[in-house]
Design a protein around this ligand. Sequence first.
Ligand SMILES: [Zn+2]
Ligand SMILES: [Zn+2]
Length: 354
Amino acid sequence: MPKTLLRMKAIAFHAPFELACEAAPEPVLEAPTDVILRVDLAAICGSDLHVYRGVERGLDRGTRMGHEFLGTVAEAGPAVTRFRPGTRAVSPFSTSCGACFACRRGLTSRCEQSQLFGWVQEGRGLHGGQAEYVRVPLADATLVALPEGVPDEQALLAGDVLSTGFHAADAGDVQPGDVVAVLGCGPVGLCALLGARERGARAVLAIDGVAERLELAERFGGTPVPLGPETVARVRAASEGRGADVALEAVGHPSASRLAYELVRVGGTIAAPGVHNEPHLAFSPGEIYDKNLTYRAGRAPARAYMERILARLTAHRLDLAPLFSHRMALAEAPRGYQIFDQKRERCTKVLLTP
Ligand SMILES: [Zn+2]
Ligand SMILES: [Zn+2]
């Protein structure tokens, strides 16, 4: 039977707030550098919600969702040298070649051949990993072999939220002894908190409006600061009245950008790892000038971080267990999106097993 007739289960995008678990063609090798991965575990990312809510538009109906996944190589193209059928591997959220100008500088998220998993627009792009199988282009440079001794659910995070969080702390240039404010205690914010602590922050003030997220931030070693009229005063009080040395803005909303501006001290740095869709900054060039601020933003080069993060996980240097709130079968993903979107049932992270 020709491969294209094979059917698999996948989570398909139909319209905002409308996803379905449906039969889809099993992916096939399209280039000699491709791998077909049998997905062992996938997850729903906060940035999947941008698509789900219709904030980011343009996805073709039927696009298979998801960019957080790991699995077992089912088939490898003839030019693939590092992966053979049976090898287990984790993927970053986008592909990269490992050889272009951007890749050579560690900016794998801006690779000349970068494609984001789960984004097909006008027939072009790459299907996602919330499926039984996924095609991974440029597999030798994109995938990372799974080390022994790391639980799948932790390794999965290396491909996105952990890399993004650690990158945020690097982009913020957190120094030993710094007071760091983390805005937004979702998975990326919590991972940024871990990244800031690893870089030696003296205090990480974790700001969120949801009580259970603050509890989680405390378990990750942060100082919970409820979002409200006292937020700025609390951060100033913790920093000898100056304001935070670094603000890591992990919300991706203008109100959070503005608050980051208010919180940071003169000469401080704001790093924004989240996706931003608005056309203007929440502060003016004059305001940046008046505070001598540094502002850094952009998609995290996850691939460039993965080996380092997997090594930390192998050494059990990070405890991520509190992050996972929901585990369900792939077919239940539409319900998982609903719960995650509405922040019900103390939902922080949904894992999906095909
Ligand atoms: Zn993501
Ligand atoms: Zn490249």
